[in-house]
Ligand binder design. Structure first.
Ligand SMILES: Nc1ncnc2c1ncn2[C@@H]1O[C@H](COP(=O)(O)OP(=O)(O)OP(=O)(O)O)[C@@H](O)[C@H]1O
Length: 539
């Protein structure tokens, strides 16, 4: 309808010049003006509707794709490699490129394309052979657009890559600003940032230059079509094949016939950015999710016994195995310490046990079931894990401990907080459990963060507990109090305790010692400690 309305202006002008002006037909002019006015109002309403639908589509793209991507990130398989945090965040931002493409007014220009033919047909019916002027010029735009496409595609991929690198530097810097400042790493990051900026700016510039060629070509062709029609029209008027009004109508129509091309030209500049973004997002969405491919086993009461059977494990893109032929069995209710030098694979065992990574070969069994058959969500709910980087989330302390779980109440939260000694300092706070933490738990000391994270691991009394250096941020006196609490917490539950602290070994009855990703000693605490002391008397 909008396209038909656009033709009305040309026909109106022609009628006014050819009929109204020579005959001084004021009445007809009034009628024509009223008609034109009605058309303008409808045109206005329809364009408003078009913009509305385009925006609704944009909001849907944002909402639906945004939700799907976030779900995919949460279910991502870490063994396939997630890339840099900033790169991933940048990729999510690319939804905007997709939204801008699908929800742009330019895309609606595609609807205008068939009207090029209709407009040219009307032009031919009014001006006869004059139609060859725009017809001869249109191929120039098409040819320029086609010629620049391969370059545009290459540059789009390059620009997106540079944008993601830029985002990666930014996220890394902002995420660890305190460390960056204290370690004086500012200069290094500033250099990386300026390089990323320069690379991105130069790629964007090249992309703009190439895209401008097509857009400008379309603009010039529009002007040439208009002037060409006027020039050829003079001859047609002299040969009495065209009226004055007809010439003006032809000039207007030639402009209208060519103008969708300039819209298409600018659409083409975005189509590559959109396609590159689409491919990247699609690649991420196509990755398999963690957890069993079919229906996961629903185990209401997951037994606490754990077995690693001939487990080999290699991190994504790592050259060496982090675990080699690791085998051990921990009975339900047993308390075992994992000890060993740094980088020996202790935390890796914990990561495999909660299914963050599947073993490269071998089996990890919990309650006699291969954990690949369990839903990761269920497994993690039954495994209270406390790792070394105690990252808290934005929100209240209550939210940080409960994490939206519906199966635990505030009483259980208090019990867990008392056991982890978090309650000691939370009860002193004016807002208590409602204290709002900012980014990653800033505003709390390392020890306070650790005690909250410990309460989070203890809540709901999971049958398996994995504690990685649980007392690394506390003083000796607090450690002694904490150990008293933990001793009763650990009763009848399976514990894997990763530690370098000899004092904590009092909590376990068995020690598994690792070296270079292999189990080198496994036995009762006293026996292992005696053996270790024989090997290293100084220790
Ligand atoms: N995300 C990772 N990607 C690649 N390699 C990793 C990754 N995490 C750990 N590694 C490698 O795996 C090996 C075992 O690391 P792990 O973190 O399990 O050691 P650890 O015994 O817990 O050490 P620490 O006592 O320092 O905590 C190390 O050689 C380490 O370089």
């Amino acid at each position: 309808m909008i396209n038909c309305f656009a033709l009305v202006t040309a026909l109106f002008t022609m009628t006014v010049y050819d009929r109204v002006v020579p005959n001084n037909a004021t009445d007809s002019l009034v009628g024509l003006t009223i008609g034109l006015f009605v058309v303008v109002i409808f045109d206005f309403i329809l364009k408003l509707l078009r913009a509305y639908f385009v925006d609704v589509a944009g909001a849907r793209v944002d909402r639906d794709i945004g939700k799907a991507i976030f779900r995919q990130i949460l279910n991502m398989r870490l063994d396939l490699g997630k890339g840099s945090t900033g790169g991933l965040a940048g990729l999510v931002r690319e939804i905007e490129t997709l939204r801008d493409f699908f929800a742009s007014a330019t895309l609606t220009a595609l609807v205008d394309v068939p009207f090029i033919v209709i407009t040219l047909a009307i032009l031919a019916s009014i001006g006869g052979s004059i139609v060859f002027v725009p017809l001869a010029l249109i191929p120039f735009v098409v040819f320029t657009a086609a010629a620049t496409q391969p370059t545009m595609q290459r540059l789009s991929a390059k620009t997106l890559g540079q944008a993601l690198s830029k985002q990666a530097v930014l996220v890394e810097t902002i995420g660890s600003l305190e460390t960056v400042k204290s370690a004086n790493a500012g200069d290094l990051l500033a250099k990386r940032w300026s390089k990323a900026l320069e690379d991105h700016a130069s790629a964007t510039l090249q992309q703009r230059i190439v895209s401008t060629i097509t857009i400008n070509m379309a603009g010039s062709v529009q002007t040439l079509a208009y002037t060409g029609v006027v020039i050829f029209g003079v001859g047609a008027i002299a040969r009495q094949e065209l009226t004055m009004g007809g010439l003006i109508a032809c000039a207007i129509l030639s402009g209208r016939a060519v103008s969708p091309l300039s819209m298409i030209a600018s659409l083409l500049t975005r189509i590559h950015a959109a396609r590159t973004a689409y491919n990247q997002i699609d690649g991420m969405m196509a990755q398999p999710e963690e957890g069993p491919a079919g229906q996961p086993l629903e185990l209401r009461n997951l037994d606490g016994d754990i077995e690693f059977r001939d487990v080999d494990f290699r991190y994504p893109n790592a050259a060496e195995l982090a675990l080699t032929q690791v085998s051990f069995r921990i009975a339900a209710g047993e308390h075992v310490a994992l000890i060993g030098p740094i980088g020996s694979g202790k935390s890796t065992i914990a990561r495999l046990l909660i299914g963050l990574y599947p073993p490269t070969s071998g089996l990890v069994l919990v309650g006699g079931t291969d954990i690949r058959q369990l839903s990761p969500r269920d497994l993690r709910q039954r495994t209270g894990a406390l790792f070394q980087d105690n990252v808290l989330l934005t929100g209240s302390i209550r939210e940080n401990i409960l994490l939206g779980r519906e199966d635990v109440d505030e009483e259980e939260m208090l019990r867990a907080s008392r056991a982890s000694l978090a309650h000691d300092f939370i009860s002193q706070l004016p807002s208590g459990y409602d204290l709002t933490l900012s980014d990653r738990g800033e505003g709390l000391s390392g020890g306070q963060r650790q005690s909250i994270a410990m309460a989070r691991a203890l809540i709901g009394k999971p049958p398996i507990l994995i504690f990685d250096e649980p007392t690394s941020s506390v003083d000796a006196e607090t450690e002694a109090r904490l150990m008293r609490n933990l001793r009763s917490e650990f009763e009848n539950r399976t514990l894997i305790l990763i530690t370098h602290r000899p004092s904590l070994l009092a909590l376990v009855d068995r020690i598994v010692m690792l070296a270079r990703g292999r189990v080198v000693v496994d036995g009762a605490s006293n026996d292992v400690l005696r053996k270790v002391q024989r090997i290293r008397p100084a220790a």
